[in-house]
Ligand binder design. Sequence first.
Ligand SMILES: Cc1cc2nc3c(=O)[nH]c(=O)nc-3n(C[C@H](O)[C@H](O)[C@H](O)COP(=O)(O)OP(=O)(O)OC[C@H]3O[C@@H](n4cnc5c(N)ncnc54)[C@H](O)[C@@H]3O)c2cc1C
Length: 291
Amino acid sequence: MPHTLSSSRPEPICGMDTWMPVPARILAIEQENFNTWTFTTRFVAEEIRKIYRFAPGQFNMLYVPGVGEAAFSLSSDPAEPETLAHTVRRVGSVTRALERFKPGGLIGLRGPFGHGWPMELMRDRHVVIVAGGIGIAPLRPVLYTLLHNPDYCKRLVLLYGCRTPADRVYASELEDWENNDAIEVLVTVDNADSEWNGPVGVVTNLLRRIKVDAKNTIVLVCGPKVLNRVAAWSFLQLHVPPDQVFVSLERNMNCGFARCGHCQLGGKFVCSDGPVFRFSDIADIFAKEDI
Ligand SMILES: Cc1cc2nc3c(=O)[nH]c(=O)nc-3n(C[C@H](O)[C@H](O)[C@H](O)COP(=O)(O)OP(=O)(O)OC[C@H]3O[C@@H](n4cnc5c(N)ncnc54)[C@H](O)[C@@H]3O)c2cc1C
Protein backbone atom coordinates (compact mmCIF):
# COMPACT_ATOMS: atom_id res chain seq x y z
CA MET A 1 0.00 0.00 0.00
CA PRO A 2 1.51 3.42 -0.87
CA HIS A 3 2.24 5.31 2.35
CA THR A 4 -0.30 7.99 1.39
CA LEU A 5 -3.12 5.42 1.61
CA SER A 6 -2.16 4.62 5.16
CA SER A 7 -2.99 6.71 8.21
CA SER A 8 0.37 5.97 9.82
CA ARG A 9 2.05 9.07 11.18
CA PRO A 10 5.47 9.88 9.76
CA GLU A 11 7.96 11.11 12.39
CA PRO A 12 8.13 14.90 12.66
CA ILE A 13 11.24 16.56 11.26
CA CYS A 14 12.57 19.26 13.57
CA GLY A 15 15.82 20.89 14.63
CA MET A 16 17.80 19.90 17.74
CA ASP A 17 14.53 19.36 19.58
CA THR A 18 10.87 19.18 18.59
CA TRP A 19 10.44 22.94 19.18
CA MET A 20 13.07 23.96 16.66
CA PRO A 21 12.07 24.77 13.08
CA VAL A 22 14.14 23.72 10.09
CA PRO A 23 14.91 26.22 7.27
CA ALA A 24 12.77 25.94 4.15
CA ARG A 25 12.83 28.13 1.04
CA ILE A 26 9.71 29.50 -0.61
CA LEU A 27 9.72 28.37 -4.24
CA ALA A 28 6.43 29.83 -5.44
CA ILE A 29 3.52 31.88 -4.16
CA GLU A 30 0.12 31.61 -5.78
CA GLN A 31 -2.68 34.00 -4.90
CA GLU A 32 -5.92 32.02 -4.43
CA ASN A 33 -8.25 34.89 -3.62
CA PHE A 34 -8.17 38.34 -2.02
CA ASN A 35 -6.79 37.11 1.33
CA THR A 36 -5.37 33.64 0.66
CA TRP A 37 -2.09 32.46 -0.84
CA THR A 38 -0.55 29.05 -1.43
CA PHE A 39 3.15 28.90 -0.55
CA THR A 40 5.17 26.12 -2.13
CA THR A 41 8.31 25.43 -0.13
CA ARG A 42 11.25 23.06 -0.03
CA PHE A 43 13.56 22.22 2.87
CA VAL A 44 16.99 23.73 2.31
CA ALA A 45 18.79 20.58 3.48
CA GLU A 46 18.69 17.78 0.94
CA GLU A 47 18.91 15.09 3.65
CA ILE A 48 15.70 16.41 5.19
CA ARG A 49 13.93 16.54 1.82
CA LYS A 50 14.77 12.88 1.37
CA ILE A 51 13.18 11.70 4.62
CA TYR A 52 10.26 14.09 5.14
CA ARG A 53 6.87 12.39 4.60
CA PHE A 54 3.35 13.41 5.58
CA ALA A 55 -0.12 11.91 5.64
CA PRO A 56 -3.23 13.73 4.30
CA GLY A 57 -4.69 15.96 7.04
CA GLN A 58 -1.45 16.55 8.96
CA PHE A 59 -0.04 20.02 9.59
CA ASN A 60 3.27 21.81 10.01
CA MET A 61 4.20 24.60 12.39
CA LEU A 62 5.42 27.39 10.12
CA TYR A 63 7.85 29.94 11.56
CA VAL A 64 8.35 33.46 10.23
CA PRO A 65 11.69 34.69 11.65
CA GLY A 66 11.21 37.53 14.10
CA VAL A 67 7.43 37.26 14.05
CA GLY A 68 6.26 33.87 15.29
CA GLU A 69 4.82 30.53 14.48
CA ALA A 70 1.39 29.13 13.55
CA ALA A 71 -0.12 25.83 12.43
CA PHE A 72 -0.89 25.30 8.74
CA SER A 73 -2.22 22.18 7.06
CA LEU A 74 -0.18 20.57 4.35
CA SER A 75 -2.15 21.20 1.18
CA SER A 76 0.09 19.55 -1.42
CA ASP A 77 0.38 16.05 -2.83
CA PRO A 78 1.79 13.60 -0.24
CA ALA A 79 3.21 11.56 -3.11
CA GLU A 80 5.60 14.47 -3.82
CA PRO A 81 6.95 15.23 -0.34
CA GLU A 82 10.04 17.14 -1.54
CA THR A 83 7.91 20.21 -2.23
CA LEU A 84 5.37 21.15 0.42
CA ALA A 85 2.47 23.56 0.02
CA HIS A 86 0.57 25.44 2.70
CA THR A 87 -2.46 27.55 1.85
CA VAL A 88 -2.61 30.54 4.15
CA ARG A 89 -5.43 32.97 4.88
CA ARG A 90 -4.41 36.37 6.20
CA VAL A 91 -5.78 36.85 9.73
CA GLY A 92 -3.02 38.00 12.08
CA SER A 93 0.67 38.61 12.67
CA VAL A 94 2.24 35.48 11.14
CA THR A 95 -0.05 35.39 8.14
CA ARG A 96 0.38 39.13 7.47
CA ALA A 97 4.15 38.71 7.61
CA LEU A 98 3.93 35.77 5.18
CA GLU A 99 1.96 37.89 2.75
CA ARG A 100 5.02 40.14 2.37
CA PHE A 101 7.32 37.26 1.35
CA LYS A 102 8.58 36.73 -2.20
CA PRO A 103 9.81 33.49 -3.81
CA GLY A 104 13.32 32.80 -2.52
CA GLY A 105 12.46 33.86 1.05
CA LEU A 106 13.41 31.66 3.99
CA ILE A 107 10.97 30.43 6.62
CA GLY A 108 11.11 27.63 9.20
CA LEU A 109 9.05 24.46 9.30
CA ARG A 110 8.64 21.68 11.83
CA GLY A 111 6.30 18.74 11.50
CA PRO A 112 4.32 16.96 10.29
CA PHE A 113 2.11 16.81 13.37
CA GLY A 114 -1.26 15.34 14.19
CA HIS A 115 -3.59 12.60 13.12
CA GLY A 116 -4.76 12.91 9.53
CA TRP A 117 -7.74 11.55 7.63
CA PRO A 118 -8.54 7.82 7.88
CA MET A 119 -7.20 6.76 4.48
CA GLU A 120 -7.44 3.02 5.23
CA LEU A 121 -11.17 3.24 5.93
CA MET A 122 -11.83 4.69 2.47
CA ARG A 123 -10.99 1.49 0.62
CA ASP A 124 -14.06 0.26 -1.32
CA ARG A 125 -16.25 2.90 0.35
CA HIS A 126 -18.08 5.98 -0.83
CA VAL A 127 -16.13 9.04 0.29
CA VAL A 128 -17.99 12.33 0.67
CA ILE A 129 -15.81 15.36 1.33
CA VAL A 130 -17.47 18.52 2.67
CA ALA A 131 -15.32 21.65 2.69
CA GLY A 132 -16.01 25.29 3.39
CA GLY A 133 -13.72 28.13 2.29
CA ILE A 134 -10.09 27.49 3.18
CA GLY A 135 -11.22 24.24 4.87
CA ILE A 136 -10.51 22.57 1.56
CA ALA A 137 -6.73 22.96 2.20
CA PRO A 138 -6.26 19.90 4.48
CA LEU A 139 -8.55 17.89 2.20
CA ARG A 140 -6.59 18.56 -0.99
CA PRO A 141 -3.98 15.86 -0.13
CA VAL A 142 -6.88 13.37 0.22
CA LEU A 143 -8.20 14.42 -3.18
CA TYR A 144 -4.78 14.06 -4.82
CA THR A 145 -4.27 10.65 -3.22
CA LEU A 146 -7.67 9.25 -4.18
CA LEU A 147 -7.43 10.66 -7.70
CA HIS A 148 -4.02 8.98 -8.12
CA ASN A 149 -5.67 5.71 -7.00
CA PRO A 150 -9.11 5.92 -8.64
CA ASP A 151 -10.04 2.30 -7.86
CA TYR A 152 -9.31 2.66 -4.17
CA CYS A 153 -12.72 4.00 -3.14
CA LYS A 154 -16.03 3.23 -4.84
CA ARG A 155 -17.19 6.79 -5.20
CA LEU A 156 -15.63 10.17 -4.51
CA VAL A 157 -17.76 13.28 -3.97
CA LEU A 158 -16.60 16.81 -3.16
CA LEU A 159 -19.14 19.28 -1.79
CA TYR A 160 -17.52 22.71 -1.55
CA GLY A 161 -19.05 25.95 -0.30
CA CYS A 162 -17.75 29.53 -0.32
CA ARG A 163 -19.14 32.96 0.40
CA THR A 164 -18.82 34.15 -3.21
CA PRO A 165 -17.34 32.72 -6.44
CA ALA A 166 -14.29 34.95 -5.89
CA ASP A 167 -13.66 33.32 -2.51
CA ARG A 168 -13.02 29.89 -4.01
CA VAL A 169 -9.61 28.42 -3.29
CA TYR A 170 -7.94 26.23 -5.98
CA ALA A 171 -10.43 27.54 -8.58
CA SER A 172 -8.64 26.11 -11.62
CA GLU A 173 -8.19 22.70 -9.97
CA LEU A 174 -11.88 22.67 -9.09
CA GLU A 175 -12.63 23.11 -12.78
CA ASP A 176 -10.27 20.23 -13.67
CA TRP A 177 -11.92 18.01 -11.07
CA GLU A 178 -15.37 18.95 -12.40
CA ASN A 179 -14.27 17.43 -15.72
CA ASN A 180 -12.78 14.30 -14.14
CA ASP A 181 -15.01 11.20 -14.15
CA ALA A 182 -13.32 9.87 -11.01
CA ILE A 183 -14.93 12.54 -8.84
CA GLU A 184 -18.31 14.26 -8.51
CA VAL A 185 -17.83 17.93 -7.66
CA LEU A 186 -20.57 20.28 -6.49
CA VAL A 187 -19.70 23.87 -5.61
CA THR A 188 -22.10 26.31 -4.00
CA VAL A 189 -21.78 29.96 -2.99
CA ASP A 190 -23.68 32.00 -0.40
CA ASN A 191 -23.82 35.02 -2.71
CA ALA A 192 -23.66 34.62 -6.49
CA ASP A 193 -22.37 37.15 -9.02
CA SER A 194 -23.74 37.68 -12.52
CA GLU A 195 -21.46 34.97 -13.99
CA TRP A 196 -22.28 32.24 -11.49
CA ASN A 197 -24.44 29.42 -12.91
CA GLY A 198 -24.06 26.98 -10.04
CA PRO A 199 -25.99 26.36 -6.84
CA VAL A 200 -26.50 29.16 -4.31
CA GLY A 201 -26.88 28.49 -0.59
CA VAL A 202 -25.08 26.75 2.22
CA VAL A 203 -22.96 23.70 1.45
CA THR A 204 -25.24 21.29 3.30
CA ASN A 205 -28.03 22.13 0.80
CA LEU A 206 -25.91 20.18 -1.71
CA LEU A 207 -26.79 17.01 0.17
CA ARG A 208 -30.19 17.15 -1.54
CA ARG A 209 -28.41 16.71 -4.87
CA ILE A 210 -26.57 13.49 -4.06
CA LYS A 211 -27.72 10.07 -2.95
CA VAL A 212 -25.92 8.94 0.19
CA ASP A 213 -25.45 5.22 0.80
CA ALA A 214 -25.29 5.76 4.56
CA LYS A 215 -23.86 2.38 5.61
CA ASN A 216 -21.01 2.54 3.09
CA THR A 217 -20.10 6.21 3.31
CA ILE A 218 -17.10 7.85 4.96
CA VAL A 219 -17.60 11.58 5.47
CA LEU A 220 -14.74 14.08 5.82
CA VAL A 221 -15.60 17.60 6.96
CA CYS A 222 -13.49 20.75 7.30
CA GLY A 223 -14.64 24.31 7.40
CA PRO A 224 -15.78 27.05 9.74
CA LYS A 225 -17.21 25.91 13.10
CA VAL A 226 -20.82 26.25 11.99
CA LEU A 227 -20.21 24.19 8.86
CA ASN A 228 -18.47 21.43 10.83
CA ARG A 229 -21.39 21.22 13.19
CA VAL A 230 -24.21 21.40 10.64
CA ALA A 231 -22.51 19.07 8.16
CA ALA A 232 -21.74 16.40 10.76
CA TRP A 233 -25.29 16.49 12.09
CA SER A 234 -26.78 16.43 8.57
CA PHE A 235 -24.98 13.17 7.78
CA LEU A 236 -26.07 11.65 11.08
CA GLN A 237 -29.65 12.52 10.13
CA LEU A 238 -29.09 10.62 6.89
CA HIS A 239 -28.14 7.64 9.11
CA VAL A 240 -24.40 7.70 8.42
CA PRO A 241 -22.96 6.07 11.59
CA PRO A 242 -21.12 8.63 13.79
CA ASP A 243 -17.93 6.58 13.64
CA GLN A 244 -17.87 7.09 9.85
CA VAL A 245 -17.95 10.90 10.09
CA PHE A 246 -14.59 12.69 10.52
CA VAL A 247 -14.09 16.37 11.28
CA SER A 248 -10.88 18.41 11.27
CA LEU A 249 -10.79 20.98 14.07
CA GLU A 250 -8.74 24.12 14.62
CA ARG A 251 -7.53 25.42 17.94
CA ASN A 252 -4.77 27.92 18.68
CA MET A 253 -1.66 25.87 19.27
CA ASN A 254 1.89 26.44 20.30
CA CYS A 255 3.96 23.27 20.42
CA GLY A 256 2.17 20.88 18.05
CA PHE A 257 2.98 17.79 20.13
CA ALA A 258 0.78 17.89 23.25
CA ARG A 259 3.14 19.68 25.65
CA CYS A 260 1.89 23.26 25.99
CA GLY A 261 -1.83 22.61 26.48
CA HIS A 262 -2.96 25.56 24.29
CA CYS A 263 -5.15 23.40 22.07
CA GLN A 264 -6.68 21.26 24.78
CA LEU A 265 -10.34 20.47 24.23
CA GLY A 266 -11.92 18.55 27.07
CA GLY A 267 -9.53 15.66 27.63
CA LYS A 268 -8.07 15.83 24.12
CA PHE A 269 -5.23 17.71 22.47
CA VAL A 270 -6.22 18.93 19.01
CA CYS A 271 -2.56 18.86 17.92
CA SER A 272 -1.88 15.21 18.68
CA ASP A 273 -5.26 13.48 19.15
CA GLY A 274 -6.49 15.46 16.12
CA PRO A 275 -6.78 17.69 14.20
CA VAL A 276 -8.92 15.02 12.52
CA PHE A 277 -11.39 13.46 14.94
CA ARG A 278 -13.97 10.75 14.54
CA PHE A 279 -17.32 12.38 15.30
CA SER A 280 -18.26 9.62 17.75
CA ASP A 281 -15.12 10.44 19.79
CA ILE A 282 -15.99 14.12 20.18
CA ALA A 283 -19.80 14.08 20.09
CA ASP A 284 -20.06 15.03 23.78
CA ILE A 285 -17.60 17.95 23.38
CA PHE A 286 -19.43 19.02 20.21
CA ALA A 287 -22.72 19.07 22.09
CA LYS A 288 -21.33 21.33 24.84
CA GLU A 289 -18.73 23.59 23.28
CA ASP A 290 -18.59 25.97 20.36
CA ILE A 291 -16.18 23.99 18.21
C1 LIG B 1 -4.27 22.06 12.81
C2 LIG B 1 -4.45 23.43 12.22
C3 LIG B 1 -4.36 23.60 10.85
C4 LIG B 1 -4.51 24.88 10.31
N1 LIG B 1 -4.41 25.02 8.96
C5 LIG B 1 -4.52 26.24 8.42
C6 LIG B 1 -4.36 26.41 7.02
O1 LIG B 1 -4.14 25.46 6.27
N2 LIG B 1 -4.46 27.67 6.53
C7 LIG B 1 -4.72 28.75 7.34
O2 LIG B 1 -4.78 29.88 6.83
N3 LIG B 1 -4.87 28.62 8.66
C8 LIG B 1 -4.76 27.41 9.22
N4 LIG B 1 -4.90 27.26 10.56
C9 LIG B 1 -5.21 28.44 11.37
C10 LIG B 1 -3.95 29.25 11.69
O3 LIG B 1 -3.07 28.48 12.49
C11 LIG B 1 -4.39 30.50 12.48
O4 LIG B 1 -5.18 31.31 11.65
C12 LIG B 1 -3.22 31.29 13.06
O5 LIG B 1 -3.66 31.90 14.25
C13 LIG B 1 -2.68 32.38 12.15
O6 LIG B 1 -1.64 33.04 12.83
P1 LIG B 1 -1.52 34.62 12.85
O7 LIG B 1 -0.33 34.94 13.69
O8 LIG B 1 -1.54 35.14 11.46
O9 LIG B 1 -2.84 35.10 13.53
P2 LIG B 1 -3.04 35.43 15.09
O10 LIG B 1 -2.17 36.60 15.41
O11 LIG B 1 -2.91 34.18 15.85
O12 LIG B 1 -4.54 35.89 15.10
C14 LIG B 1 -4.89 37.22 14.89
C15 LIG B 1 -6.36 37.40 14.97
O13 LIG B 1 -7.03 36.54 14.04
C16 LIG B 1 -7.97 35.75 14.72
N5 LIG B 1 -7.91 34.45 14.11
C17 LIG B 1 -6.95 33.53 14.30
N6 LIG B 1 -7.22 32.44 13.59
C18 LIG B 1 -8.38 32.68 12.94
C19 LIG B 1 -9.16 31.92 12.05
N7 LIG B 1 -8.82 30.68 11.71
N8 LIG B 1 -10.29 32.51 11.56
C20 LIG B 1 -10.64 33.75 11.92
N9 LIG B 1 -9.92 34.51 12.76
C21 LIG B 1 -8.82 33.98 13.27
C22 LIG B 1 -7.52 35.69 16.15
O14 LIG B 1 -8.62 35.47 17.01
C23 LIG B 1 -6.92 37.05 16.33
O15 LIG B 1 -7.91 37.99 16.62
C24 LIG B 1 -4.77 25.99 11.13
C25 LIG B 1 -4.87 25.82 12.52
C26 LIG B 1 -4.71 24.55 13.05
C27 LIG B 1 -4.83 24.38 14.53
